[in-house]
Ligand binder design. Structure first.
Ligand code: SDX
Length: 392
């Protein structure tokens, strides 16, 4: 209309990458890591074993698992100066802002002696990141709570260690409740990887420029923060608080359907799944297990289940194949474990680090070119410069 032209869409190269790590069938609600169904990994595996499979392609033998676990344990501490880095943030800073900063800062502590093109260096970067994320996540929480930072312990499992660093203090180191540790570990597994989602694509695109792995993961954390992506788990709890009571559900369903209202039903819908998100099913089972084993009767779970029932029977949601996704129930479990809402997306980033760094490693191993998405130009055709006194 104003001389605007657009490229023929056929001009656009479809930028899809190849990967052997995760398979998703959105229509059938299938998710597999290295061919292992997520349901089986969630029930039978543990997070470090799943990390191993994501990184190396196979579940570890007993010897490999012991060696990998030992390597991770030996890298759980962060440079002592990272503590002073925390002090640059306000106490009330969102933990995701702090995590973005801290993980990016790891580049300054651990990368100057590492070469991305050296497979052994890529290996140690991956292990350092998987090992240090729980320590830094807990540091963010302790700093915001005004409590002393707790150091990692080598006698605890990965999930126990995280809960120890989150909730213990120098005055009292309580034994970690095995139910909570198991639920935490399962939540880590369910968030470990998910094909080429927005944050993983960000990590790959950043990595394709040759940026160091710590900077790439910091970029992934920034992308994950958005409420349309990883920030949804925090947004679900906020939404349930706003709904407050079953009697208000219809009003919020109507808002979600109103095209003039930006409100979306948090924890519902997915770019790929047009069926149940298999992780949501496992998350819901875990929710039931954890709450009943802890003897917690959380009205938010009842409210969430009623919301799911009403939404899934609503024509708008049915026609659009909108189902609960991984974020819909995760917040209720995290709340039961005692994790503050502001830390929910940090937990997501902690767990997803395994997938992010496995895909970064795969990109290097398989050979890559710098990512360069193209566009369909819809702006003006060429026109001449207009002197200032002629502009209206
Ligand atoms: C994650 O990609 C990944 O794999 C991500 C993730 C991972 O593990 O990395 O799975 C993690 O990010 C899960 C998603 C978390 N986000 C949310 O729960 C936020 C709420 N969900 C929506 O914002 C939305 O569902 C998206 C962003 C997730 C997907 O949005 P799309 O791509 O627009 O979904 P769509 O194309 O399937 O939408 C079809 C229709 C549209 O309406 P119409 O134009 O057809 O009229 O459904 C509508 C959408 O507006 N719709 C919703 C809705 N989700 C989609 N309407 C109301 N509430 C919703 N939640």
């Amino acid at each position: 209309n104003q001389g605007v032209f657009t490229y023929d869409p056929g001009f656009m190269s479809t930028a899809a990458c190849e990967s052997k790590i995760t398979f998703i069938d959105g229509d059938k609600g299938i998710l597999m890591h290295r061919g292992y169904p997520i349901e089986q990994l969630a029930e039978k595996s543990d997070y470090l074993e799943t990390c191993y499979a994501l990184l190396y392609g196979e579940l570890p033998t007993a010897e490999q698992k012991a060696e990998f676990t030992g390597l991770v344990k030996n890298h759980t501490m962060v440079h002592e100066q990272m503590k002073s880095f925390l002090n640059g943030f306000r106490r009330d800073a969102h933990p995701m802002a702090v995590m973005c900063g801290m993980v990016g800062a790891l580049s300054a502590f651990y990368h100057d002696s590492l070469d991305n093109n050296n497979p052994q260096h890529r290996e140690i970067s991956a292990i350092r990141l998987i090992a240090k994320m729980p320590t830094m996540a807990a540091m963010c929480y302790k700093y915001s709570a005004g409590q002393p930072i707790m150091y990692p312990r080598n006698d605890l499992s990965y999930a126990e260690n995280f809960l120890h660093m989150m909730f213990n203090t120098p005055c009292e180191e309580k034994k970690i409740n095995p139910i909570l540790a198991k639920a935490m570990d399962r939540i880590f597994i369910l968030h470990a990887d998910h094909e080429q989602n927005a944050s993983t694509s960000t990590v790959r695109l950043t990595g394709s420029t040759g940026a160091n792995p710590f900077a790439c993961i910091a970029a992934g954390i920034a992308a994950l923060w958005g409420p349309a992506h990883g920030g949804a788990n925090e947004a679900v709890l906020t939404m349930l608080d706003e709904i407050g009571d079953v009697s208000n559900i219809e009003k919020f369903i109507a808002k979600a359907k109103d095209k003039n209202d930006p409100f979306k039903l948090m924890g519902f819908g997915h770019r790929v799944y047009k069926n149940f998100d298999p992780r949501a099913k496992v998350m819901k089972q875990t929710c039931d297990e954890v709450l009943s084993e802890l003897g917690i009767n959380d009205p938010k779970l009842e409210l969430a289940m009623k919301l799911e029932e009403i939404a899934r029977n609503d024509p708008y949601f049915k026609e659009r194949n909108l189902y609960p996704n991984v974020d819909f129930y995760s917040g209720i479990i995290l709340k039961a474990i005692g994790i503050p809402t502001s830390m929910f997306t940090v937990i997501f980033a902690l767990a997803r680090t395994a997938g992010w760094i496995a895909q970064w490693k795969e990109m290097y191993a398989e050979g890559y070119k710098i990512g360069r998405p193209r566009q369909i130009y819809t702006g003006y055709t060429q026109r001449d410069y207009l002197p200032l006194d002629q502009r209206k």
